[in-house]
Design a protein around this ligand. Structure first.
Ligand code: 5GP
Length: 204
């Protein structure tokens, strides 16, 4: 099988539990790498620079864009977010599956630039559940929650453009389904042309 890693676009509305699914996935499956994004938003309590995000100024973000350091970028709820390009190619060459936890505008940019990427959309079981998760977080003001809910509906309408849907009701089940998607993707014949060619060349 092909040893190059997969580039995975992992999207879903804020509050759909993307982070929780990925955290559990990384605990269970070591051959995976989460890309750390740059953002202009302020850190939430407990978030560390260089771990959760690279927290940068508007000026720094702009210079990263101008210097072509970002694979994609988007504005989401008044803040800029972007994926640093440099580490990704190295991880893929090392055979690691690289996850981009990004919103839908960025996801569309990656699908265009990297057609062999895999798009997975993480859905909450319902909008009601999503709303209560967003409020339960307690880290955002009512205005921000309202904004994020409106953005969530807009994002969910884009889910059809992704290759797979992951319904995040039960975490363990979602993690197993994610592993199955990745496993099946790696076995696609289109990703393993070399294997077929080698088999035809060597008759032993
Ligand atoms: P949050 O502020 O809740 O951490 O993230 C807000 C949204 O931005 C989430 O949907 C998150 O997945 C997305 N996001 C995080 N990093 C990036 C990035 O590098 N690019 C894009 N396009 N979206 C991102």
């Amino acid at each position: 099988m092909n040893h190059r890693g997969l580039l995975i676009i992992f999207s879903g509305p804020s509050g759909s539990g993307k982070g929780t699914v990925l955290k559990r996935y990384f605990e269970k499956y070591q051959n995976a790498q989460l890309s750390i994004s740059a953002t202009t938003r302020d850190p939430r309590p407990g978030e560390k620079d260089g771990v959760s995000y690279y927290f940068v100024s508007q000026e720094k973000f702009q210079s990263m864009q101008e210097n072509d350091e970002l694979l994609e970028s988007a504005k989401y709820c008044d803040h800029c977010y972007g994926t640093p390009k440099k580490p990704i190619e190295n991880w893929l060459n090392e055979g690691k599956d690289v996850f981009l936890e990004i919103e839908v505008q960025g996801g569309a940019q990656i699908q265009k630039k990297v057609p062999q990427s895999v798009g997975i959309f993480n859905l909450p079981p319902s909008l009601k559940v999503l709303e209560s998760r967003l409020r339960g977080r307690g880290t955002e003001t009512e205005e921000v929650v309202e904004k994020r809910l409106a953005a969530a509906k807009q994002e969910i309408s884009q889910a059809v453009h992704y290759d797979y849907l992951l319904i995040n009701d039960d975490i363990e089940q979602a993690v197993e389904e994610l592993a199955q998607i990745i496993h099946a993707e790696k076995m696609r014949s289109s990703r393993n042309q070399d294997l077929i060619e080698r088999m035809l060349e060597n008759h032993d």
